[in-house]
Design a protein around this ligand. Sequence first.
Ligand code: CA
Length: 250
Amino acid sequence: MYTSESTKYPHTAEIGQRSRILVVEDEELIREMLVLALEEEGYGVVTATDGRLAVEYLKSYEPNSGELSFDLVILDLMLPHINGLDICRLIRYQGNPVPILILSAKGSETDRVLGLEVGADDYLTKPFSMRELVARCRALLRRQRLSCLPQLPVLQYKDVTLYPQECRVLVRGQEVNLSPKEFRLLELFMSYARRVWSREQLLDQVWGPDFVGDSKTVDVHIRWLREKLEIDPSRPEYIVTVRGFGYRFG
Ligand code: CA
């Protein structure tokens, strides 16, 4: 019955780079209002009028395939064929991390809790304002984008730990304050432990090719960095001078 419907399946190319939202709602009026409001916001919207169709749209999800997936699912609870809670369970069972916003006429605390327990991210009780709905969608999509940013690995060598995302450095368990250039220099060194860098290469990487100045700048920053890292800056064990070449870390 719904096989002909599934030919309407959305293709990424049709919708382009816009966020794609799957709206699962059997009440026509609400569905139309949702589509209008979301398209107005610039989102690509695909609708499913019952639970089976929604499952059809969602079942081909494969982790990392990036195909036929949605950036957000708006899910009514009371649906023909398969109810919203079961769809929600199924999405999570597949390992699909798509944000889910549940819409329901039921406003009771148990339904809200149940919805969140089966893996929904947010819950809105009917009747709701479209402004409220759009704001919730925006927040969920923003959160989703942030969680998709690659996590930079923490760098560690002996007693020095560098947290790239937080711009923090711990030396023997103590937080040290580094200037942005010192931080960048240390991050570069720690990313390529034991690699030998010439002063020119370091200038290029940390100060940029447009920097006007001489390579003594590097020596000065290395001295400052050593004072912050080394137990004995005159006998460095972290930032080592390689005579005739430059510096290396470790
Ligand atoms: Ca319904």
